[in-house]
Design a protein around this ligand. Sequence first.
Ligand code: FAD
Length: 507
Amino acid sequence: MTTTGQTTNERSGGRHRVVVIGSGFGGLFATKELKRADVEVTLIAKTSHHLFQPLLYQVATGILSQGEIAPPTREIFADQKNAKVLLGEVTDIDLENKLVTSVVLGRTTVTPYDSLIVAAGAGQSYFGNDHFSEFAPGMKSIDDALELRGRIFGAFELAELAETEEEVERLLTFVVVGAGPTGVEMAGQIAELAHNTLRKDFRRINTHAARVILVDAAPQVLPPFGAKLGASTQRSLEKRGVEVRLGEMVVDVDERGLVVQAKDGTRTRIDAVAKVWAAGVQASPLGKILAEQTGAPLDRAGRIGVNPDTTLPGHPEVFVIGDMMSLDNLPGVAQVAIQQGKYAAKEIKNRLKGRPPQKPFKYFDKGSMATISRFSAVALIGKIRLTGFIAWLMWLGVHLVYLTGFKNRFATLVKWFVTFISNNRSERAATEQQIFGRLALGKLEHGAADLVTPPGEWNRIREELVARAEEEARLTDSGQRGVRRETVGAGAGSGDSSNTNARISGA
Ligand SMILES: Cc1cc2nc3c(=O)[nH]c(=O)nc-3n(C[C@H](O)[C@H](O)[C@H](O)COP(=O)(O)OP(=O)(O)OC[C@H]3O[C@@H](n4cnc5c(N)ncnc54)[C@H](O)[C@@H]3O)c2cc1C
């Protein structure tokens, strides 16, 4: 793979250059906070959208389309004149020379900064068993959600075609690993699909007979919500037909099922084609790159320890925020990233204005929520615990408020209204590519970059085409078309066999 090197030499007119890595909650709110500041912001992210992760499960289960929860970052900042957006996966941060290197499809860009905000979030963790991901996709990106949509709806389709009872059972067994908010939401939604939404759509299978299993090694569901709400959520899920298996750890996953191990070491195999991995997170590998240059500690989830003002030890110009940092046991939730994004941006503005630094970052906990199914949720706000319909209405309101853009809010509201009233899902389209594209790309050495001509190569091809075109014109202009040339050393009468009238393909 060849790469071209490009340095974005910001024409900042001497203005302070802020580079923000990541267009998630932290990066988005930091960039917005800098709107009126006398700075030049470059936001670099590996996707061209901002992703509202809390609603990914609704994309996976056919309620929302991906566009409704992933507005284009460029559009969000179209009116913010001091911000520009660059697509690219950051592969290196050089703290000494203040340079960020990003790559997209073999194209390399190096961006200098004066201040840096790193908000690259976290990915899925398979606790050292990354091969599980082949058959149990995680829930972190649009690709993940669309793949899961394909796998979930595809399992029902294949079950309708299955020839044996055993096959039908395997296809109609869905396993969700991880009983945190994402696992609870996924299990609740798959149960609702099987037991309600899809009931009338099939002729041979009884979707109501589908098994939805939620597995976790922990002793309760939703541990951060406390024992009481955890127990009530478990009851609610069981009432909706979800089998909750706690204290069981997944020790193997393959195409046709998985193996769980109980505390006493007993292993049980569960045959299931569709598996969802919603357990564990691993911070962005950029944390390791920063730790190596600063000696800052990394915790078990790869999160980098930061100072109380979210800066990197020894580098006051670098802020690390959100899911990829570790500070005061703060949870990996959107509000932490949002509040830290605003905090870091304010600190940069203060410094530029010569104002004193802010007090150390303090998180304001606005509460936690998770839906269980239609009309049912749990919420923990301070000491107040809410369950059922009221919690569900609050969940709807809060998620609408934080969804970016009026267009998205409006479209989501309409979809929710249709889905929750009619119990139908309008986003059930699924394709083979959705299901198998990730695995196919994974088989290539450099992923999608192997499928495109490297940018440098285009220049070579262009030069070749130009040379051929010039030669064509020269032959015509100098009257050499159709003229046989004698070749030196050729046998009598042989001549040059290449007729100059021959077309050059592609020229
Ligand atoms: C399925 C799911 C449901 C959730 N539900 C809730 C919820 O209900 N409530 C709640 O508060 N929180 C929820 N969370 C957690 C919440 O989404 C995160 O805490 C929050 O997104 C963290 O924000 P962040 O900015 O740190 O990272 P992210 O929002 O993850 O953003 C990271 C950004 O960095 C980019 N990036 C990553 N690596 C690179 C790289 N090398 N180069 C360039 N760009 C890079 C990514 O593309 C992305 O734009 C949920 C998370 C998931 C996955």
